[in-house]
Structures are given as structure tokens and as C-alpha cells.
Design a protein around this ligand. Structure first.
Ligand SMILES: Cc1ncc(COP(=O)(O)O)c(C=O)c1O
Ligand SMILES: [Zn+2]
Length: 422
């Protein structure tokens, strides 16, 4: 069944066939939404057709994805997605929330949410027989591409700012990608990647540019949907007094705006299939020093004005977000909002999540920092169930992690010295 019909521009609404365009709208540069044949999908599939698939990875949603198959079964490409959800009971109590969970995306094969996008792009590259895939990256998207590409023997090139955390650069190199560190910002690397892709005929994965990235990211929404059904089932069994219809609120950290757009797209797909009655509320969280999308949301406009980004959360440090319009809509169309967070609170969130057993990189902890602010200001009430995403592992940025904690003392190897310290 050919379910991939083509693309629709998110700005002007023009529709394109699957081979007519590759990246963005030729008329206005708008991000392209992948269009699926929902009529055929509705006729052919029920939620139980997904639930009965035994594959725990994101490929369990293959019937709802715009690729016919995925290369590399039994490789790390096959392990993307299927991330766990943990109850954060102590945090919930402290914040006055009855139901608080965290979906830990750091458990992906290369330790960030970006594996979802790269998995789909690598599958698409396989279909269009691309020889080389290139991406600009603050580190995670590149590591995800490099890892997924290595898994199937695909050639990858990554352009990252030279300031990318060393652990991320190490990942790129160890996965065997061709790595180029750009003496400039992520935005400089982004623009250079577009030029290089055109010059050398490479297939470009850039976030918020290649329409398949959001298609990979939407699989997180599908997982949340299945998990949420399970939570409801358990509540019914326990005869929980909680109102069945309390909407879920999801907190997501935002840089280019592609994760939040992808998650929004996933829920919109489910709504079109008639598999959910309404959309969950989606709240985007940006660093104060990199808040172009939050600024647009708060000014009630879709015009994204670039900033000069400065934040220690390198993964969400973006001057001009490339998926800004759809990211504004993700919050607006779900009755969500945007929250901005200073770096000091991001560091505090790293430490707090750590005490729950979750090790997050700064951009990963930003969503949780947003939740802390949202509970203090009443943006979320105590009854509303909340799910926070951790989008990346703390092992990716040890320098930032060390800023979030007090250093361990160094002592003489004697019991006396231990006693003195304790
Ligand atoms: C760990 C982490 N969190 C959040 C984001 C933000 O995603 P997006 O740029 O799609 O908004 C990124 C992007 O690189 C990331 O790596
Ligand atoms: Zn357009």
C-alpha cells in the first residue's frame, strides 16, 4: 500500500508529489508536512494492528510512516525509539502534581531524541539511493546520523560548530562519519551544509529542512499515545477517582522547533485517523538566551525574528530556528504555551533530575526546568497529568554536568580523612 502521497507547505498550503520536491517549499521556503493517505490508512488499520506488533522500536509504527521498509534489521538502526516512561513521584510531590512522568529519550542508541529523526532519514536515503547524507548539527543530530548511518554502512558527513561538547564530537568520530568543525555558530554550519549538499549532490538531513526528520520525531507521540492508553487502563482497574478526561500536558525543550513540531504532527496524524479524541497540550521550553520561538509565540505572531543565541544548553542554542512556524503552532493549536528558562535553572534541573536517577544534558533538563516554572506560576494545576521529555543524556556534556553539582573532595587514603569529610 502506497501511503506516502507527498508534501504540503506549512506556509502556503501548496501540495507536491513525493518526487516533486525534496526539502522545503520552492515558493516560500516553508517547512513541508508529509501527507499520508489517511483514507486508505483508516480503511486498512485499527489501533489494534499497531498494538499487536511485537517490535518495541519506532518501526512498530511503520504503517504510519512515509517509508516502505527500513534497512538494517538487527542493527542499532532497529533500536531507535521504544524509550521508557518513569514516574517521578518525589518530584511530583514536591511540585504538588498528582501525576508526573518522564519519558527518557537518552535511552536511544546514540543517547538522544535525534535518533528518531536520523532513523527515518537513513531509511529515506536508502529508498532514494543517496550515496552520502550530510547534516549540520550542534552534536546530537550528527551523532544520531553518524550512528544510524554506520549501522547500515551508509556514508555520513557532519558539520558541527567547533564549540560542540567533546563527547558529542567523539561520538561523531567513533561512528566513522566525516566530521568538519566549523569556526562559527550552528547557524553558520547549517547554511554551509546547504551549500555543500548542493555542490556535491549529497542528501541533506538538516533539522527543520528535511521533511523526514519530523516524521521520525512523530513516533514519540505514537509511543506516548500507546503508553497513555495503558495508564488509563491501569486507572480503570484501580478504580482511580481521577477524571478520565484530564488532558495530558507534555513538556518539550525547543531549539530549531522540530521535535515539538514532530510530536504535534504525530498527534495530528492520530486525530485524523480517529484514534484519539483530542490533542494533548504541548508546552515548549526554551533557554532565555535562545528564545526566538517563545518570543514569536508571546508576540502572537508566526514571524520568527532571529536572536544572537547564548546558552550553556548547546543543543538548543539557535539564532534562527528552522522549524519556528510549526513550533509556534504546536503550542497554539494544543492550548499549550512557551516558557523560557535561565541557564542557572537549567543547571538546577540537571541536579534535581539526577536525584531521581535521570542523567540529562542541559537541553534535556530544560523541559523539566520549564515544568518547575510552570507549576510555580500556575500554568499547570495539581490535577493535570504531566509528561516531561528528557531529550538527551548527561554523558554527552560532562562539563555542564559538573557545573550542576558540588565537586567531590579529594582525600588522603586513610579512614581518618574519610571521617573528617563525613
Ligand atoms: C537534547 C536535545 N534536546 C532538544 C533539542 C531541540 O530540538 P529542536 O532543535 O528540534 O527543537 C535538541 C536538538 O538538537 C537536542 O539535541
Ligand atoms: Zn509554500
Amino acid at each position: 500500500m502506497n501511503r506516502f502521497l507527498g508534501y504540503r507547505c506549512s506556509l502556503c498550503g501548496t501540495e507536491y508529489g513525493p518526487t516533486e520536491v525534496t526539502y522545503t517549499c520552492p515558493k516560500d521556503g516553508g517547512n513541508l508536512d508529509v501527507v499520508l493517505d489517511f483514507e486508505a490508512l483508516r480503511a486498512k488499520f485499527q489501533p489494534s494492528d499497531i498494538a499487536s506488533r511485537s517490535d518495541p522500536s519506532l518501526w512498530r509504527y511503520l504503517p504510519l510512516l512515509p517509508v516502505a521498509e527500513f534497512p538494517g534489521s538487527s542493527t542499532p538502526l532497529h533500536a531507535a525509539g521504544g524509550t521508557p516512561v518513569f514516574a517521578l513521584r518525589r518530584s511530583g510531590e514536591r511540585l504538588g502534581l498528582k501525576h508526573l512522568w518522564l519519558k527518557d529519550e537518552s535511552r536511544n542508541p546514540t543517547a538522544s531524541f535525534k535518533d528518531r529523526a536520523s532513523a527515518l532519514v537513513v531509511a529515506r536515503a536508502h529508498e532514494v539511493e543517496a550515496k552520502v547524507i550530510v547534516t549540520a548539527s550542534t552534536g546530537n543530530a550528527g551523532a544520531a546520523l553518524a550512528g544510524m548511518a554506520a549501522a547500515v554502512g551508509q556514508k555520513a558527513v557532519v558539520l558541527a560548530p567547533k564549540t560542540a561538547p567533546p563527547a558529542k564530537v567523539a561520538q561523531l568520530l567513533v561512528f566513522g562519519a566525516t566530521v568538519v568543525l566549523v569556526d562559527g555558530t550552528y547557524d553558520d554550519a547549517f547554511d554551509l551544509t546547504l551549500k555543500a549538499a548542493q555542490e556535491f549532490g549529497w542528501y541533506c538531513r538538516n533539522t527543520g529542512y528535511n521533511p523526514f526528520t519530523a516524521e521520525g520525531k512523530k513516533t514519540a507521540a505514537f509511543e506516548i499515545w500507546e503508553w497513555w492508553i495503558e495508564v488509563h487502563r491501569e486507572w480503570h482497574e484501580k478504580d482511580s477517582p481521577l477524571d478520565d478526561h484530564s488532558p495530558l500536558t507534555i513538556f518539550v525543550s525547543v531549539g530549531d522547533g522540530n521535535i515539538i513540531s514532530g510530536i504535534h504532527k504525530g498527534f495530528k496524524d492520530l486525530l485524523r485517523l480517529g484514534w484519539i479524541p483530542n490533542l494533548p497540550r504541548i508546552i515548549g521550553v526554551q533557554a532565555e538566551g535562545s528564545a526566538a520561538i517563545a518570543n514569536a509565540f508571546n508576540a502572537n505572531t508566526e514571524k520568527i525574528t532571529p536572536v544572537s543565541a547564548t546558552t550553556l544548553a548547546d543543543s538548543i542554542s539557535v539564532d534562527l530556528p528552522r522549524d519556528g512556524v510549526r513550533a509556534v503552532r504546536a503550542a497554539r493549536e494544543t492550548k499549550g504555551t512557551y516558557i523560557t528558562i535561565p541557564d542557572s535553572e537549567i543547571l538546577r534541573a540537571i541536579a534535581e533530575l539526577g536525584r531521581m536517577g535521570v542523567f540529562a544534558e542541559p537541553a534535556g533538563a530544560t523541559a523539566y526546568a520549564g515544568l518547575v516554572k510552570a507549576t510555580a506560576s500556575g500554568v499547570v494545576g495539581s490535577d493535570g497529568p504531566v509528561l516531561v521529555l528528557n531529550t538527551g543524556s548527561g554523558l554527552k556534556d560532562v562539563k555542564a554536568a559538573m557545573q550542576a553539582v558540588v565537586e567531590a573532595p579529594i582525600i588522603e587514603p586513610t579512614l581518618e580523612a574519610v571521617k573528617k569529610i563525613l
